[in-house]
Design a protein around this ligand. Structure first.
Ligand SMILES: Cc1cc2nc3c(=O)[nH]c(=O)nc-3n(C[C@H](O)[C@H](O)[C@H](O)COP(=O)(O)OP(=O)(O)OC[C@H]3O[C@@H](n4cnc5c(N)ncnc54)[C@H](O)[C@@H]3O)c2cc1C
Length: 433
């Protein structure tokens, strides 16, 4: 019997350690140094954060999903999913554990497609947690439809010249390098004519025009850059992978990234449920605890059941990735959890926020940030609609049209068939009546 929903005791011990460590040591960073996690450590934060990273390494949990050749433990995606259920409640925890987006995905593709020199220059500092990286694909005029991308890289002697605009390149302002997608062959489909480039952020011509924030973030907190690549000259060896390989590379990166967002969203939903339960056991109205009201009980049941379904699909998808080591083979479930994420986050956070009344919508509770995750999760790494289309296409591959006019479950034909199969028996019963 191979189905098993238990966590091995040794890894459970690590998870227990991580839960206590995040609550005790990392959460204070979230409270006092919110929005600083993607900035290089300064003299104030380095003495706090570096020893924490050392503790995580000593506990065997640093970048734990990566293989030993990349400084991790090779635990894979399923164990990362279990860990992310803990880290996902915190802004700082992924940084302290070496599992933050977009660096995890960026590291994966450099590990997979980079030359030895590129790995030494870009990957090693990233894996050591010394630098940040940015992924620059979306353009101001187009995100989910890459066919509208216009950023070009043209060959000029030994160099590439990059020209164009990119939008929402997360963390570009603090990244030491960018991974940029650009059209290198405009005469073929973009899926065959785009390439990836490794671009140090301080290369002349890389112009961050402004940093866009999310929701209520103040103007100086924005981390998502509008960038003009203004005739940026790059040496030939800036190409990551081969010419025309950008989409193969992007799929590797985005496949993992989407699952990691879902893993962290499990944590957001669990937190929302925990806060909901605590609140309704603490607050009375019209003579009873909120927990005794049936509307509230319905909310608890819905949040619990939806989270349980979502979590199982996330864990199953992580398990599939570990089994197949092939994002193409797991794309149906990756797309399914990507499409589910905004809805489960939306509903879980809404119920919890609402049960807290005015306090819930105030800036004295963490709900506003959690709430914003619902619309963010519905566009980051591609909008929900696009992922639903992928799910439907993959599901339909397992089906064929019915033969003839009537559906295969049409009862008159079924009845006829059943009579034919049971004819001998029916004749016997009738004959003996
Ligand atoms: C927090 C955050 C971080 C991000 N970080 C990065 C990053 O680091 N690097 C990067 O390159 N990009 C990044 N992005 C951009 C993200 O990848 C894009 O927002 C996403 O691909 C959607 O593109 P768009 O915003 O241009 O929306 P559009 O493509 O214009 O889509 C807008 C809306 O149109 C609808 N729509 C789109 N396609 C379809 C369809 N086929 N059928 C029906 N309806 C459809 C959907 O409702 C969709 O939300 C980030 C976005 C967010 C929110």
């Amino acid at each position: 019997m191979a189905w098993d929903f238990s966590t091995d005791p040794e890894f459970q011990e690590k998870l227990d350690w991580a839960r206590a460590f995040v609550a005790d040591k990392v959460e204070p960073l979230d409270i006092l140094y919110s929005h600083r996690q993607f900035h290089p450590l300064d003299d104030e934060l380095r003495p706090i954060v570096d020893p924490m990273k050392d503790e995580v390494r000593a506990a065997g949990l640093w970048a734990c999903h990566l293989g030993p050749e990349l400084g991790g433990k090779g635990y894979g995606q399923l164990k990362l999913a279990l860990l992310n259920e803990i880290l996902g409640v915190s802004q700082w925890a992924p940084i302290v554990f070496g599992t933050q987006a977009p660096d995890t995905g960026n590291a994966e593709i450099i590990a997979h497609y980079g030359t030895e020199e590129q790995k030494a220059r870009y990957l090693q500092p990233l894996l050591n947690g010394e630098v940040f990286s940015s992924y620059s694909m979306t353009e101001p005029q187009a995100g989910s439809d890459p066919q509208q991308f216009t950023t070009r890289a043209s060959r000029d002697g030994d160099e590439w010249v990059l020209e164009g605009w990119k939008f929402f390149s997360s963390n570009a302002r603090t990244a030491s390098f960018l991974i940029v997608m650009a059209v290198t062959d405009p005469d073929v489909s973009i899926y065959k004519g785009a390439s990836m480039f490794l671009v140090p952020t301080d290369t002349p011509g890389v112009e961050i025009v402004r940093n866009i924030g999310l929701g209520g973030e103040s103007a100086d907190e924005g981390m998502h850059a509008l960038i003009h690549y203004d005739q940026v000259r790059l040496p030939a060896d800036s190409l990551l992978g081969g010419e025309g390989q950008a989409f193969a590379i992007a799929q590797t990166r985005l496949g993992g990234g989407r699952v990691h967002h879902a893993m962290r969203s499990v944590a957001t939903c669990q937190r929302a449920l925990d806060l909901l339960c605590e609140r309704v056991l603490s607050r009375e109205t019209q003579g009873t605890l909120l927990a005794k009201k049936q509307f509230i009980q319905g909310d608890i049941a819905d949040s619990y059941a939806e989270l349980a379904q979502f979590r199982l699909l996330v864990l199953y998808t992580a398990w599939e990735i570990d089994q197949y080591q092939d994002y193409q083979r797991t794309r149906k479930n990756i797309a399914a959890i990507k499409a589910l994420t905004p809805k489960v986050v939306h509903d879980a956070v809404w119920r919890s926020m609402h049960a807290h009344g005015a306090l819930g919508v105030s800036n004295e509770m963490p709900f506003a940030g959690m709430w914003l995750m619902a619309p963010v999760m519905s566009v980051v790494d591609g909008p929900t609609e696009v992922h639903k289309v992928t799910v439907a296409r993959e599901v339909l591959k397992g089906y064929k049209p019915s033969e003839g006019l009537w559906p295969s479950a049409h009862l008159p034909a079924k009845r006829e068939e059943a009579r034919r199969k049971l004819a001998a028996h029916i004749e016997h019963v009738v004959g003996n009546a």
